[in-house]
Design a protein around this ligand. Structure first.
Ligand code: GMT
Length: 380
């Protein structure tokens, strides 16, 4: 198939999923065309079978808000025509599904079919999409899609309930390449590799996000403060975003900044995650929680919140621990109990990797997308 993929190309879970999907589809022999305002950050630009088409947005003085969604629709239609695309797959409904709808209409007027599949990721439904100014157009573009997938059952139900979408929605969960996201097998090698973050005998906690308020990064610092009060420990924070400076201030105020490593945005998180003992993900909402899955594949269980789609990913007590959002005390106690019981931690680490491989491996999930595309094409 020739597939056009549109996503947010910068740091963020939906862009990561879209990019990894494109890479996996190309590896299966499909031709993948990314259409976006910049090259998705996980693409090297040299991947066989993958093409990137930039969306130029002109900024006339008249435009207080340059209309990216229109430029995107034009580019989608052009790329679809020039490269004979079979379908478009857009990740994150706003504005991508609306642009795809326009592109489909433009080509229909020229006698060409261009179906589009929309994948719902999270705040496109739970926050932004529910904003009254976006709700009607978001609902329309989802309803009009030729196929709609959701990354968890939670998000599927939420979309049906809040948007009154009547068309079928297929749950296709997020996935991880279990060869790329993998543990460091040799323990001595792992201890050596993480020496710059934690000394031997110290626990290493990690957090990975875009530091938006929904991630509750300040809770990460507060949980760590309690942990490091009891046992020797270090914290590595991967990512950047609006709450980073507040987290840095808090680390200084609590006097624990020398044990916290702000690593910023990182390209190869698969090399960092296996170094950790546990991941902290205290989000107020996660429709799936890709960071937790990536960690699990690296044999790192998450201390996370019982919100959104996280219970579909993490079996509480088996492959991680779940707590109510905001309950810093409980999460710190949970982290301490796990880090102080090496046998239980090792069992949970093994179970986390096993669950990632058995249920969320790219080799299982990507074929579900291929079958879904085929269904959409057959249904036309
Ligand atoms: O909805 C967002 O917050 C944006 C999105 C992103 O691009 O980071 O995150 C969502 O999609 C990820 C990939 O499918 C999921 O793993 C995240 O749980 C989800 N975020 C939220 O629901 C807050």
């Amino acid at each position: 198939m020739r597939i056009g993929i549109t996503c947010y190309p910068t740091y963020g879970g939906s862009g990561v999923v879209a990019t990894e999907l494109g890479i996996e589809l190309a590896a299966l022999g499909h031709e993948v065309h990314f259409i976006s305002y910049s090259q998705p950050f996980r693409l090297s630009g040299r991947d066989h079978g993958i093409f990137y088409h930039e969306v130029p947005v002109s900024n006339y003085p008249l435009f207080e808000f340059p209309p990216y969604d229109l430029a995107l629709a034009s580019r989608m239609a052009e790329v679809a025509e020039f490269y004979a695309l079979d379908l478009l797959h857009v990740h994150y409904a706003i504005p991508h599904a609306v642009s795809a709808l326009l592109a489909r209409q433009m080509l229909a007027a020229r006698g060409r079919r261009l179906p589009y599949v929309t994948t719902l990721h999270g705040t496109d439904i739970t926050l932004v999409g529910l904003d009254r100014s976006y709700l009607p157009i978001t609902r329309h573009s989802i309803q009009e899609s030729d196929g709609v997938t959701s990354i968890s059952n939670y998000l599927k139900e939420k979309t049906i309930a809040d948007f009154e979408v009547t068309r079928p929605i297929e749950t296709i969960t997020n996935f991880v390449n279990c060869d790329v996201y993998a543990p460091i097998k040799d323990e001595a090698e792992r201890v050596k590799a993480r020496e710059y973050l934690a000394r031997p005998g110290e626990a290493l906690l990690m957090h990975l996000s875009n530091f938006r308020p929904v991630k509750r990064v300040l809770d990460v610092v507060k949980i760590f403060a309690q942990v490091t009060h009891e046992i020797p420990a270090q914290l590595a924070l991967i990512g950047d975003g609006p709450d980073r400076s507040a987290a840095e201030w808090l680390a200084h105020d609590l006097g624990i900044h020398s044990r916290i490593h702000f690593l910023g945005k990182q390209e190869r998180v698969n090399e960092l995650l296996p170094l950790a003992d546990i991941l902290l993900l205290p989000s107020s909402l996660e429709s799936f929680g890709l960071a937790a899955l990536e960690a699990m594949a690296c044999k790192v269980p998450a201390i996370a919140t019982r919100v959104g789609g996280l219970p579909e990913l993490i079996d509480d007590g088996e492959t991680g621990l779940l707590f109510p959002a905001g309950d810093v005390e409980a999460m710190a106690t949970g982290a301490l109990s796990l880090l102080s019981d090496r046998k239980r931690l090792e069992e949970m680490r093994t179970a986390a990797r096993c669950a990632a491989r058995k249920r969320f491996c790219a080799t299982l999930v990507v074929p579900q997308y291929v079958r879904y595309y085929q269904q959409v094409l057959d249904g036309l």
